[in-house]
Ligand binder design. Structure first.
Ligand SMILES: [Zn+2]
Length: 169
């Protein structure tokens, strides 16, 4: 396919096209043919994306609701550790039979391509400043080493171990 998008998640809609009220649910697993996202967090090429898709035939086209789950890879914005985390997104878009200026997506022949809205949803969901864990202390600005646990983490010690920690501390 020539254009902005190099890959396609093509769903055939022939059996429900022009039959308002018809509905179909399918599940697909797609492997990304290219990496999505350009910041600290991205979904790498080759990563599978599980998509639950609901197709509803409406007067103007096909209403698509999708629920997708995949795995993002990221560099922690505080300590630079690489980590992976599951990422879930959902979207609902109308694919019009005869797209007008206000329609972003259209039915092409007997299929819809879910790749553009799926990609947009995933890229929007990627964190701008990913953290490996909410309380990541980050790197020491002087040594560049991972900072020692701060007091907030000490308080997080399981009370059953607190005595022991005090004993050795
Ligand atoms: Zn971190």
């Amino acid at each position: 396919m020539i254009g902005k998008y190099h890959s396609a998640v093509k769903i055939n809609i022939r059996d429900i096209a022009y039959k308002p009220g018809e509905m179909r649910e399918i599940t697909r697993t797609e492997e990304l043919t290219e990496t999505w996202g350009e910041g600290l967090a991205s979904v790498s090429a080759g990563t599978p994306v599980d998509v639950d898709i609901r197709l509803e035939s409406v007067h103007d086209g096909i209403l698509v609701s999708a629920d997708a789950n995949t795995t993002m890879h990221a560099d922690c914005s505080r300590c630079l550790t690489q980590f992976s985390e599951s990422l879930g997104v959902e979207f609902t878009e109308l694919f019009a039979y005869t797209p007008t200026e206000t329609d972003e997506y259209g039915v092409h022949g007997d299929h819809v391509n879910l790749e553009p809205p799926l990609r947009d949803a995933v890229v929007l969901a990627l964190p701008f400043q990913p953290v490996c864990r909410p309380d990541c202390p980050g790197l020491d600005p002087e040594t560049g080493e991972l900072r020692a646990s701060d007091s907030s983490q000490d308080q997080a010690i399981d009370p059953r171990w607190a005595k022991l920690a005090g004993f050795f501390g």
